[in-house]
Design a protein around this ligand. Structure first.
Ligand code: BGC
Length: 381
């Protein structure tokens, strides 16, 4: 007789594996000829745009799935976006070093058109995290596949020096909000990028040692002023948590999952932001009514898995499978449990239905499936 639990588990694994395969295919199919991973092909506010943040996590997942060409093309696109702005970046660095930092509006953008240019409508553009995340992802990719980082050397150097000049500044966070704060997840993305690139030898010696020093300084700042209840806090001095902080545990590996800070961060996000497997961004979120984000459930799964709790990780993966829409598409968020239901309609009127598919959701689903050995099937750890 077949054990029911085994059968249910195997069915769940098959469903997840199938969705991970669809995710990989979708990401590659939707990659623009320019190399950009567009955020969402249909959603009104994202259509025609790409972010370093979404794209770097997407490239990392695709690279982890064994693909080399697609991430290479994305990193080429990032490098072009940086090199096109080289003179401007040097100006930003010189102004910061002279003690006269340029205003936020003159810093690098977060959202790019697919040809690498900056959009001309207003956006919450000054965000630093994506620049750290692309550094982290490009180095991880070169090390994983033995690709020569020299291909992106000049852009890596410019990005590292941009971050070194400006990492202390308040800016918009992952959610493009609260520009007056210094966000712990932003700091973590910067430290993960600078730290990884400093160790890789891709930087010239002097820049490398500055990058190493800044990484240590950021770590010290986070672990003194960036904690609440022993876990990572939403911003320096805040007592709230935020699901973006999970990325610092996994996949960025800046904070050890089993450390006291890692475990407290996971526990707080699980307690405050997870409801029946669906993870909210933060408690006061009202974007589309503040629903649950599959990509964040996958990040919580990654953190649990890194802490050795594979069963919890599998449960979050299973929850994400449940958000699958027509033809295997994964949305940005689902409205099953809303934090601010009263404002959902106003967002629907403003921007139309929620982004679906959201490429980044597919990427985090793929990454967790790979980490759990669910994809490719038969690679069970
Ligand atoms: C999110 C960003 C994301 C962008 C594109 C925004 O709504 O807040 O984190 O980069 O969508 O997916």
């Amino acid at each position: 007789m077949t054990d029911m639990t085994d059968t249910t588990e195997a069915t769940g694994r098959d469903a997840a594996s199938r969705l991970a395969r669809i995710s990989l295919e979708k990401i590659i199919e939707l990659q623009d000829p320019s190399g950009a991973y567009l955020a969402s092909p249909t959603f009104s506010a994202y259509k025609g745009y790409a972010w370093f943040r979404d794209g770097a996590f997407t490239a990392d997942a695709v690279s982890s799935a064994g693909e080399v060409a697609s991430p290479n093309r994305f990193f080429d696109w990032c490098a072009r976006a940086i090199l096109d702005r080289a003179a401007h970046i040097e100006e930003i660095i010189a102004a910061a070093e002279a003690g006269r930092p340029l205003p936020d509006a003159e810093m690098l953008p977060a959202r790019f058109r697919l040809d690498g240019s900056t959009g001309d409508d207003d956006w919450w553009d000054f965000q630093l995290d994506g620049y750290g995340t692309w550094l982290w992802a490009v180095v991880a990719h070169t090390e994983r596949h033995g690709v020569d980082a020299a291909r992106w050397g000049t852009a890596i150097d410019l990005t590292a020096r941009y971050l070194l000049s400006s990492w202390q500044r308040p800016c918009f966070d992952w959610w493009e909000e609260s520009t007056e704060q210094v966000h712990v997840s932003t700091l973590g993305c910067i430290a993960a990028g600078l730290g990884r690139v400093a160790e890789s030898g891709a930087l010239e010696v002097e820049v490398g040692s500055r990058a190493r020093a800044a990484t240590n300084e950021i770590r010290a700042l986070i672990t003194t002023s960036g904690l609440a209840e022993g876990g990572l806090a939403k911003w320096l001095g805040s007592s709230a948590t935020d699901a973006s902080l999970l990325a610092l545990i996994a996949p960025l590996e800046l904070i050890e999952a089993t450390s006291a800070i890692g475990l407290s961060t996971i526990a707080r996000v699980a307690r405050d932001l997870s409801f029946e497997g669906g993870v909210h961004r933060y408690l006061l979120d009202s974007f589309y009514g503040g629903g649950q984000w599959p990509l964040l459930s996958c990040m919580l799964g990654l953190a649990y898995n890194a802490a050795g709790d594979r069963d919890s990780a599998l449960a979050f993966l299973a929850w994400a499978v449940g958000t699958e829409g027509p033809s295997g598409s994964l949305p940005e968020q689902v409205p099953n449990h809303l934090l601010a239901p009263e404002v959902r309609d106003s967002w629907l009127e403003k921007w139309g239905p929620v982004a679906n598919p959201l490429v980044w959701s597919h990427a985090m689903f793929l990454k967790l499936s790979i980490e759990l050995g669910v994809f490719p099937l038969g690679s069970d750890a």
